[in-house]
Design a binder for this molecule. Structure first.
Ligand SMILES: *Cc1c(COP(=O)(O)O)cnc(C)c1O
Length: 347
């Protein structure tokens, strides 16, 4: 087989959820947007229901309808983008709960689906999604009189515990929601780790479930193994890859692996990222191409049939550092060509 294998440990995801849940005394939901951060929302969510999760969050109603098909009824599916034009049939059919972000969305939801549940997303300072304090002040009593399930907001800097935005947003959210009787939620993964002041009634971690920063104690979830297609010797002075970008300083051995930027191994990793043959690191030699990587395996006595680019030696965040990005982007870029193999899947 010439495609890489992405091993996904669903038990590790459940363990990460339980470890985050243990840091709070309130309900812990799960964010499975972007197809479960690239790992398949249906598999992840089904495993998490067995761990005790009852509420899920997705980005769009389209994601919500697919998740409902996988989960069946009895679980709450909340949609961060709220009630967009065209969402009505999806929200109705799948019983989704939109997090209403604006007066316009409030009107759309009430006209299209009178009596249908909703949450409200407030802007406490990130200026991305949610009602501004003035909108909320105008609409609040009316919204509270209806089937309101949740009032939430999102932290911009929760992965930097000392950032002054954290207490500023906490104060803003606390003030905006004073006297609210429905559950309140401010914390994603970073917010859970900021402690009880930030946890309110419901936490909604995403990346920590999948083993990513800022949950430093997470159990690793993914291992990505790439098959070696060919191995060759190159002499000192020969070059490797597009642009002849890497030159052998001495006689070297180059392995060509099946995966490239079309699979989420972005070109910026060229000449920098490490792959692992068991415990031995081997560096990328030359540019990442669309379907192939070239790796300097000169130190190996024997070249194995696979090298790992993610696994116990290299987390998504460590690989992200080599690519000037973040673990979230590495995870959600892992392409459709990999064979996804799940452990911990059995009912
Ligand atoms: C993505 C997202 C989350 C989850 O954030 P993580 O940092 O992955 O834990 C929670 N809430 C909102 C509004 C989000 O967009």
């Amino acid at each position: 087989m010439a495609t890489g294998t992405l091993h996904i440990d669903l038990d590790a995801i459940a363990a990460n959820w339980a470890a985050l849940d243990a840091k709070t005394s309130v309900e812990t939901a799960a964010v499975v947007k972007a197809d479960g951060y690239g790992l398949r929302a249906d598999k992840v969510a089904l495993r998490l229901t067995r761990a005790g999760v009852r509420r899920f969050f997705v980005a769009t109603a389209e994601e919500g309808i697919r998740l409902r098909a996988a989960l069946g009824h009895g679980f709450e599916i909340n949609v961060f983008s709220g009630h967009m034009d065209g969402d009505t049939p999806l929200i109705r059919e799948a019983g989704l709960i939109p997090m209403l972000n604006s007066a316009e969305q409030v009107t759309r939801h009430r006209v299209a689906l009178p009596g249908a549940a909703y949450g409200v997303q407030l802007d406490s300072g990130m200026n991305r999604l949610g009602m501004e304090p003035a909108d909320w002040a105008t609409l609040r009593s009316d919204l509270e009189a209806g089937p309101l399930t949740l009032v939430m907001s999102h932290l911009a800097c929760a992965d930097e515990p000392a950032h002054p935005m954290n207490p500023a947003q906490l104060a803003c959210f606390t003030e905006m929601t004073a006297g609210v009787t429905v559950p309140r939620s401010l914390a994603a993964t970073g917010g859970v780790l900021l402690g009880p002041d930030y946890q309110f009634d419901l936490c909604r971690p995403g990346v920590g479930l999948y083993g990513g920063f800022p949950f430093a104690d997470a159990t690793p979830v993914v291992r990505l193994s790439l098959p070696v297609i060919q191995v060759r010797d190159v002499s000192a002075g020969e070059t490797v890859g597009y642009g002849a970008g890497w030159t052998a300083e001495r006689k070297s051995k180059i392995a060509t692996l099946s995966a490239g930027y079309a699979d989420g191994l972005i070109r910026y990793m060229s000449d920098k990222a490490l792959l692992w043959a068991g415990d031995t690191p081997c560096k990328l030699a030359g540019r990442v191409s669309m379907d192939l990587l070239t790796v300097d395996v000169s130190t190996l006595d024997e070249v194995p049939d696979h090298l790992d680019i993610l696994g116990p030696h290299q987390t998504v965040d460590q690989l992200a550092d080599e690519a000037a990005t973040i673990g979230y982007e590495i995870l959600t870029s892992l392409g459709p060509r990999y064979a996804r193999r799940y452990s911990g899947d059995a009912a």
